[in-house]
Design a protein around this ligand. Structure first.
Ligand code: NAD
Ligand code: MG
Length: 382
């Protein structure tokens, strides 16, 4: 029995991970963490019987403790609670399905406790990849990608030698605004941005897909996961989300991984690696495809991608600034405090104003995040 801990069990990745557990006879859930959706957590507790659950919100955690008749479940809260779930001694693997760089500390603590990581929480690797990957190596734990593009690359690399990679080609759907001009983007709404053509995901990543910041984050994520140089990573738009990514090798040969757009496949691959298991769901049917479209991303309009390359080349604390500025800007966009294109202005302003810290420690990263938030508050709240 593989014992699984999920940080973010009520979200899109979290609930799909539980779907996989439900279909598997060799997996069990031992620990869950959520932000505030206690009513769904209660259902998950009664179905999966975890030993420990964390609720970020302290009052809701207290309420849950009162409501649960069963004291075989330990209820914890706050960052301490997240870390308790991430390091729970009976867990073999931790699925990091939390959104945002708040995932850094639990991920680091899980690695220190010797847990393998099924990593969905890309913001953690973008900001702290230079600390996390060496730490995982030192502790002998695996960081297995859940993000579909990185799972695709990981699958293409099986049996291959990392030194023979020429480049990674990350595919992007292009999001709901792929064909829009700069002028048209001035008037798009939150509701428009939340309509992703292929994937049903959490709100933050859906907005990131519309700005192409998600692809920028994935480029930096790939750099750390696969240990390649920034110039070895390319992005191409594949609007149907059928080719999930590709690897070109030194001899010019290209391997791709294809499938329907369904996150259950990469989640299951990470949980069962190196085995493959049968999975329910639609299969790719080539007879129904009219073609597979590939095109260049419109980098002039969707500036989120080039900011990521700039941040990656500068390195140090700059990827943290890119990520934290985006997290803050997306929250403002979701609260209807800024317009869609202003997300880029916020990221740009923060990156321009930042004094880079090279080789930042965990504390430097968290302080940089705070700097970004206070800079945005001063500059954009007027
Ligand atoms: P989501 O918003 O649907 O879910 C987020 C989860 O994190 C929820 O369970 C929420 O309760 C939990 N959470 C948030 N803040 C928390 C806190 N302070 N303490 C405890 N729990 C907290 O997000 P999602 O779409 O599932 O994405 C999760 C991560 O996976 C993100 O980093 C995203 O970029 C990545 N990812 C998602 C998809 C996808 O298809 N949804 C694909 C690839 C990568
Ligand atoms: Mg992805």
């Amino acid at each position: 029995m593989k014992a699984i801990s999920i940080i973010g069990s009520t979200g899109s990745i979290g609930t799909q991970t539980l779907d996989i557990v439900r279909q598997s006879d060799d997996m069990k859930v031992v620990a869950l963490a959520v932000c505030s959706n206690v009513s769904l957590l209660k259902k998950q507790i009664s179905e999966f019987k975890p030993k420990i659950v964390a609720v970020w919100n302290e009052d809701k955690a207290k309420q849950l403790k009162n409501d649960l008749m069963d004291d075989s479940v330990c209820v914890v809260s706050g960052m301490e609670g997240l870390i308790a779930v991430a390091t729970y001694d009976k867990a073999d693997i931790v699925v990091t399905a939390i959104v945002g760089m708040i995932g850094i500390r639990p991920t680091v603590e899980a690695i220190l406790a010797g847990k393998n990581i099924a990593l969905a929480n890309k913001e953690t690797l973008v900001t702290a990849g230079h600390l996390i990957m060496p730490l995982a190596k030192e502790k002998g734990v695996s960081v297995l990608p859940v993000d579909s593009e990185h799972s695709a690359i990981f699958q293409c690399l099986q049996g291959e030698c990392a030194s023979e990679i020429e480049r990674l080609i990350i595919t992007a759907s292009g999001g709901p605004f792929r064909e829009k001009t700069y002028e048209e983007l001035q008037y798009v709404t939150l509701e428009d941005a939340l309509k992703h053509p292929n994937w049903s995901m959490g709100k933050k990543i859906t907005i990131d897909s519309a700005t192409l910041v998600n692809k920028g984050l994935e480029v930096i994520e790939a750099r750390w996961l696969f240990g390649v140089a920034p110039e070895q990573i390319d992005v191409i738009v594949q609007p149907q989300s059928i080719i999930h990514s590709m690897v070109e090798f030194k001899d010019g040969s290209i391997k791709a991984q294809l499938g329907t757009p369904d996150m259950k496949l990469p989640i299951q691959y990470a949980l069962n690696y190196p085995s493959r298991k049968s999975i329910q769901g639609e299969r790719l049917d080539f007879t129904k495809l009219s073609g597979i479209l590939l095109e260049q991303p419109n980098r002039k309009v969707f500036r989120g991608l080039d900011f990521a390359y700039d941040a990656m080349y500068v390195g140090g604390s700059m990827p943290t600034v890119y990520n934290a500025a985006n997290e803050c800007a997306v929250t403002k966009f979701m609260n209807k405090q800024i317009r869609f294109l202003q997300i880029y202005d916020v990221i740009d302003a923060c990156m321009q104003a930042h004094n880079v810290i090279s080789n930042p420690s965990l504390e430097d990263i968290l302080e940089t995040e705070q700097w970004v938030y206070s800079y945005i508050h001063k500059k954009f709240s007027a």
